[in-house]
Design a protein around this ligand. Structure first.
Ligand SMILES: [Mn+2]
Length: 303
């Protein structure tokens, strides 16, 4: 059986507390469980104050065989920041904004070059999604088309240097698929709609539910995991894009990414967001998989 654990973001204490709560014990210095394995949904880095400790603990578990881990958009950003193109320019520009985003990770890596080398290499080896017998795991969005494309064109399924260089050089279908899996679906607001977030910054994009079709939804009913309010009126049909719905018949999907605080957990019988925003005043949560394909809110564990 498995325990699917949400975004860590350098919150090492919460990570340890969660593993202990779930009954994992240290064997030769590595957390393990006699009957269960942990599954981490990505976003280990940034925000919190113990990024390297968190990476170390999770890598040890994966190496030992007591956990699986996939990458999130924060790993993608960090890897692209530290990967150069053929001309020697970083794939992700070293702008103030991008630097600020990875600040905690950057500072820890600056102070520990050996760890930087080890963990960047390790992050490049992790898959973007995992499919188990009865459920699926991805950081933000299980889009079947994106998954199928990745399986066909990039069966390695990891953020290797070559793959990152390739998708950044040609921002084509593979780039879009990678963004969809790791960042989910975002939707541009109409130009005449001015929405400001809690920092007073004008927003042009908002995160939306990736499992629902768009037609007939309002801006607010389609929105998912945004830190600003959207209006209640129906999205004009001419703005709607085709979203392939994720059927209730499909296997459960576990994902993180959306920083939902109290709203995190079972979203629908076969959808569960395990990111309750631990690094932003929320909690770390996990789902204790019991083999039942109909997800049960009682299986959520919170620390
Ligand atoms: Mn994320």
């Amino acid at each position: 059986m498995y325990d699917i654990i949400g975004d860590i973001h350098g919150e090492f204490e919460s990570l340890e507390e969660m593993l202990q709560t779930l009954g994992y014990k240290k064997e030769a210095g590595v957390y393990a469980h006699s009957e269960r394995k942990a599954v981490f949904v990505g976003d280990f880095v940034d925000r919190g104050f113990r990024v390297i400790d968190s990476l170390c603990l999770i890598k040890n578990m994966v190496d030992y065989g007591s956990a699986y881990a996939i990458v999130g958009n924060h790993e993608l950003n960090v890897l692209a920041y530290y990967t150069k193109d053929e001309e020697g320019f970083p794939l992700r520009e070293h702008s103030l904004k991008n630097k600020a985003q990875i600040r905690r990770t950057y500072l820890e890596f600056q102070a520990n070059k050996q760890a930087k080398k080890v963990y960047l290499k390790w992050l490049r080896s992790l898959p973007m999604f995992l499919e188990f017998d009865d459920f699926r795991v991805v950081h933000a969005c299980w889009d079947q088309e994106a998954v199928d494309l990745m399986r066909e064109k990039h069966p390695q399924n990891r953020l290797s240097k070559n793959f990152l260089r390739k998708i950044h050089a040609k921002k084509g279908k593979l780039y879009e698929a990678c963004m969809l899996l790791l960042k989910g679906r975002e939707f541009a607001l109409p130009n005449d709609m001015i929405i400001k977030d809690s920092y007073g910054i004008k927003r042009s994009m908002f995160r939306i539910k990736w499992w629902n079709k768009m037609e007939g939804e309002s801006f607010s009913s389609l929105a998912f995991g945004n830190r600003f309010k959207l209006p209640h009126y129906t999205i004009p049909p001419e703005l709607c894009v085709e979203i392939p719905p994720y059927s209730v018949e499909n296997p459960p999907v576990f994902f993180g990414h959306y920083c939902l605080n109290g709203q995190a957990g079972v979203i629908r019988d076969n959808l569960c967001c395990v990111d309750a925003c631990v690094a932003n005043g929320g909690h770390l949560i996990a789902y204790r998989w019991d083999g039942n394909r109909k997800l049960n809110p009682n299986n959520i564990v919170k620390v």
